[in-house]
Design a protein around this ligand. Structure first.
Ligand code: GDP
Ligand code: MG
Length: 177
């Protein structure tokens, strides 16, 4: 299979672990272990090609302890995730993205860098608590020229579609059309 390494980054509590567990283990996490970081694998066939995914479920972003080299080396694409119920988590997306870009530029021999990002708004099942309208997610995607999708890890809405979108986005960077 084709190896693809992805990192899920975003504020604490937005559902990084829940999204990863839903996708790789087909289960939902009710409990909350904010500081645990883990890597999961999954084999998936998309457009008749087999991919061996490694998904790094990161922890601790809102403490600015993130983005050591472990989070950068060998990563093909990033899922920038926020919760639609948390405006501050949405605002953190831009900061995290900038941090990743700034960290990768020095490693890139001065060439311009293109890094595949997909912006993901989670917890759409909590519509009554929504603080970030869909249109704002779409606008941020346009601003950063990257795809945007809303999901619910809890209700398993758009989760497969989300990872498929990440893979096709990564593939566009690796094999430009
Ligand atoms: P992380 O810190 O980003 O890894 O967040 P977690 O995956 O640990 O989730 C934090 C909390 O949000 C947990 O209590 C989860 O059960 C809950 N959660 C995660 N995703 C969803 C979702 O799609 N809908 C709802 N209602 N709760 C969610
Ligand atoms: Mg977590």
């Amino acid at each position: 299979g084709i190896s693809r390494k992805l990192a899920v980054v975003g504020a604490r509590g937005v559902g990084k672990s829940s999204l990863t567990a839903r996708y790789t283990q087909e289960k939902f996490l009710d409990s909350y272990y904010p500081t645990i970081e883990n890597q999961f694998s999954k084999d998936v066939t998309i457009d008749k090609k087999l991919y061996n995914l490694e998904i790094l479920d990161t922890a601790g972003q809102d403490e600015y302890s993130m983005m050591n080299d472990k989070h950068l080396i060998g990563i093909h694409g990033y899922i920038l995730i926020y919760s639609v119920t948390s405006r501050s988590s949405f605002e953190l997306i831009s900061t995290i993205r900038e941090k990743i870009v700034d960290s990768i530029i020095p490693l890139s021999d001065g060439d311009s860098v293109d890094i595949p990002f997909v912006i993901v708004g989670n917890k759409t099942d909590l519509n009554a608590l929504r603080q970030v309208p869909t249109t704002e997610g779409e606008e941020l995607g346009k601003k950063f020229n990257c795809p945007f999708i809303e999901v619910s890890a809890k209700d398993n809405i758009n989760v497969d579609k989300c990872f498929k979108l990440v893979l096709t986005t990564v593939n566009k960077f690796i094999d430009p059309p």
